[in-house]
Every structure is written in structure tokens, then in C-alpha cells.
Design a protein around this ligand. Structure first.
Ligand code: SF4
Length: 469
């Protein structure tokens, strides 16, 4: 059986979500090819004789691209059965079925892919795989990355001096044990996470180092969901590759809880930690059920500074509860904490995305505040009760997109955002006094954004015609 696996987009990462099932399906006797639309074009990338085309949708942007690509895929490979798998597959199941997709596999998808192959081989009726969301252990095997474009074609690490390192991507766990209300992981994993065995992770890292990786970016939703497992991998990796640097995503609560481990990460080659700070307003943090407060952010920053580690915070800057005042306060806070160089400007334009099944809809009164699920948006539309806040979000988004395209520095982009946030205050706007913007930190060449609606500009680089009307 010929299978083509497609990755629409995963933040510039060479996807584990293709490389690992590729190995598993080959082991099951299939002939597998891979196509990464963030780098390659559908034609000639996908096999027109494919029996199955399976699209990996790990995030909102990938889902948008998959929807746009499906008619084209059907034209190129009219005989192929279609499958979508990954985090965003089950929450958009109805929509994908209406687009002709027969197999939809969410959660821990590997066994589902194998069952799909078995079903097709034995000629059973297609499309009755169950359950939609799989929460079962996978017998992980070493990913086969040879079918994907080279690591050097993916997102790189930009060092403060402008030099670039080749980045490999690894995952040590999938899912998450927390219930942050806005998070797309929650409706699928509902507080569960699954461990990828350390020997598989280390063998995958070894293969990526051999392929040129100089830095490993750990893509776990939270690296410290299983801190013992994470530290075992870090220690073994550092012993074997002492020059290899890395980054990881760790929630503020865990940074505060594990100061010794933060120091050990720093001593083992960690360059920075991404943390989903999301807001500095304690009321908004409570609504999002983030498990941290503004004071915790300050504690985490102190700990990180003491360890010599950079913090790269991410935000959901625009929510239904955002006011002009608390947005201005967020900007002032970032300036006061000297985080301007550490915050990717796009983070200050991000608008809360409410996908189907989002736990944010469980907040009292929330369901009445948002519109019905919109298949164009792949989410529930909402408006801020103050139209000036929605207008500011648009203005900041346009400014950031243009300023980044023009190659402006983060401090200059920040100044522009600050001016827009105070534009209706006339002469009452305070001067932005910058004691310092913080030191530039190492950063990946593609921004991390997850719980956000992508803009047309973010989608534009893909070789597909995206209807953003
Ligand atoms: S935001 Fe992070 S910590 Fe919270 S549920 Fe999602 S992955 Fe877990």
C-alpha cells in the first residue's frame, strides 16, 4: 500500500508527527513518502498513485492549510483515501468529513493509522475507526527522517550575534496534565500526557545531530509534565553531546516549582525557555486557569536570571476581557521587566482563538458571549465589548506584520505598538521611558504561536492560494 504523509505546517519544525508514523507504517509493510508543504509544493511532492494520503494537523494554521489543499490533493491523487490525524483532527471532524476525508484520528494517532491500513487491506468499509480521540499507549519506534527535507531547510536558531544554528526538533511527551481553559491540547488530552521512551528520543536526537543539528528544540507542550523523564534525557544528551544547545517550553508554575532543575538545564546547554505567560492581569490569568499569577512571573524571571537563562514569554494579548488599560499595562510591564528584546512582536497582536470544544466555553456566561462555530474561522467568533480594543488589535497586527517585513528591530516595533495603544489619548499619552530593552536572546527564526488565529500574512508563504477574504 502506497501512503503519502503530508505536513501542512508545524512552526518550521521537521515534524516528528510525520517521521515517526512513516517508520511505523513502513514497518507494517507500506511504502511511505512524505511531503512537507512548509517547504515543498504539492506537485510533484505527493504520489498521484497513492492509496492513502494522510495529513498531519497539529495546529490551527495547519488545519487552515489542509482545508485549502484538500481539493488540490483530490485532483492530483483521485484514487486516494483521505485521512487527517493529529491534535486538530477530532475538533474539526464534521468539517473534514464534509470535504471527503474518510479517516479522522485524534490524540495518540499511531495505532489508528495502523488500523486504517488494516481496514483497507482487508476491504472493510472505510471511515468507521473508533474512537475519534485515542488515548492509548503507542509502541513508539525510531522516526525515519530521511523522507523529509533536510534540517537546514527548516527554522534555524538565530543567535544574538546574528549567526545561525541548524535546529533539530524532538518531543519527549505528548499531551498535558493541565487544563488551561484556552489551550487546544485540553479538549483532546483532558489532563493526560504520554511519554515517548527516552531511548527513542535519544536515538532520534543522535540521528539529527548526525544530520547536522547543532541545537535541539523540545516541542513538548510542557517539558516538565514529567520532570524526571525530561531530566534523564537532558543529562544523557548533554553527556553524549556536550556542545549541543537546546530550548524547551515550560510553564511559569513549573519554573517556580523546580528551581534546581532550571539551574541544571542552564548548566546542560539550555539557551532559553519558552513560557506561555499569556497575560499579566491576574483576573485574566484566573479566567484562563493558567496556574500562575503576575507575582509568579516575577519569581520565575528572577530564578531564570539567577540561572543565566533567557525567558521567551508568549502572550494571548487580546481576549474578550482585554481593556485598553490592561493592554497598556501589559506593554508597560514588558518594558519595566526589560523583556522587549525577549518578546516576539507578533505575541503582542495575538487574539484568543476559541476552537470547537474549547474549555473557555465552560466559563459562566462565555457561551452566550461568543458566536456559533464558524467553519471559515475554525473557531467561535467573538468581539470585545469595547470596539476600540478590536480596532487596536487590527492596527497592532498590521503594524507588526509590516514592521517585521521591513526588518525593524524589536525595540522599534515595540515603540510603534506603544504609540498605537495610546493613540486615542492625544497629549495625555505618557512618554515610553525605556531603562533598557533587555539583552537580545537566541530565538528561533519562526515565531511560536499556538492559540492564535493566523493572519493572511502568516499563511502567505505557503504555495497554496489561501482565501483570506
Ligand atoms: S497551555 Fe501549556 S500547561 Fe496549559 S494545558 Fe496547554 S500545554 Fe498544558
Amino acid at each position: 500500500m502506497n501512503i503519502t504523509l503530508i505536513n501542512p505546517y508545524e512552526l518550521g519544525r521537521q515534524p516528528f508527527g510525520l517521521a515517526e508514523p512513516a517508520a511505523l507504517l513502513e514497518q507494517a509493510g507500506c511504502t511511505v513518502s512524505c511531503c512537507d508543504l512548509s517547504i515543498q509544493q504539492l506537485e510533484p511532492c505527493i504520489d498521484s498513485d497513492a492509496d492513502v494520503i494522510a495529513i498531519y494537523i497539529a495546529m490551527h494554521t495547519a488545519t487552515r492549510i489542509a482545508i485549502e489543499a484538500l481539493p488540490e490533493i483530490q485532483k492530483i491523487a483521485p484514487g486516494a483515501k483521505l485521512c487527517v490525524y493529529g491534535l486538530y483532527a477530532p475538533m474539526n471532524a464534521k468539517l473534514f468529513r464534509s470535504l471527503g476525508v474518510q479517516f479522522i484520528i485524534g490524540g495518540e494517532f499511531e495505532n489508528g493509522l495502523l488500523e486504517m491500513v488494516e481496514q483497507l487491506r482487508t476491504g472493510q468499509a472505510a471511515g468507521d475507526l473508533a474512537p475519534l480521540i485515542r488515548m492509548e499507549n503507542t509502541a513508539f519506534i525510531l522516526p525515519d527522517r530521511s523522507k523529509l527535507p533536510a534540517l537546514s531547510q527548516y527554522a534555524g536558531l538565530i543567535m544574538p550575534d546574528g549567526t545561525r544554528k541548524t535546529v533539530g526538533f524532538a518531543e519527549t511527551t505528548r499531551g498535558c496534565k493541565y487544563f488551561c481553559r484556552h489551550c487546544p491540547v485540553v479538549p483532546v488530552y483532558e489532563g493526560r500526557f504520554f511519554v515517548i521512551p527516552a531511548d527513542i528520543v535519544l536515538a532520534d536526537i543522535r540521528a539529527q545531530v548526525a544530520a547536522g543539528a547543532e541545537h535541539i528544540s523540545f516541542g513538548d507542550p510542557d517539558f516538565f509534565n514529567g520532570p524526571g523523564h525530561a531530566m534523564r534525557i537532558v543529562r544523557a544528551m548533554h553527556d553524549e553531546f556536550p556542545q549541543l544547545s537546546f530550548d524547551a517550553t515550560i510553564k511559569i508554575e513549573h519554573i517556580v516549582k523546580y528551581p534546581d532543575k532550571i539551574h541544571e538545564l542552564a548548566a546542560s546547554g539550555c539557551l532559553f525557555i519558552l513560557a506561555a505567560v499569556e497575560a499579566v492581569d491576574d483576573d485574566i490569568l484566573l479566567k484562563l486557569d493558567k496556574g500562575h499569577t503576575r507575582a509568579d512571573l516575577h519569581t520565575a524571571l528572577e530564578l531564570m536570571q539567577a540561572a543565566g537563562l533567557a525567558l521567551a514569554p508568549t502572550f494571548v494579548a487580546f481576549t474578550p476581557w482585554t481593556t485598553l488599560d490592561n493592554y497598556r499595562e501589559l506593554l508597560q510591564h514588558i518594558a519595566d521587566l526589560q523583556l522587549i528584546e525577549a518578546v516576539a512582536p507578533v505575541q503582542l497582536s495575538i487574539r484568543l482563538l476559541i476552537p470547537a470544544g474549547s474549555h473557555i466555553l465552560k466559563l459562566p456566561g462565555m457561551a452566550a458571549q461568543v458566536g456559533r462555530f464558524d467553519p471559515q474561522l475554525l473557531g467561535h467568533p467573538w468581539r470585545n465589548s469595547d470596539p476600540r480594543v478590536d480596532a487596536l488589535q487590527q492596527s497592532v497586527q498590521e503594524w507588526v506584520t509590516q514592521a517585521e517585513a521591513d526588518g525593524m528591530s524589536r525595540p522599534d516595533i515595540f515603540q510603534g505598538i506603544y504609540q498605537r495603544a495610546w493613540s486615542d489619548a492625544g497629549s495625555g499619552a505618557p512618554e515610553l521611558t525605556l531603562d533598557g530593552t533587555g539583552k537580545p536572546i537566541p530565538r528561533l527564526s519562526e515565531n511560536w504561536y499556538c492559540c492564535a488565529e493566523p493572519t493572511c500574512e502568516q499563511l502567505a508563504p505557503f504555495q497554496l492560494t489561501i482565501d483570506c477574504s
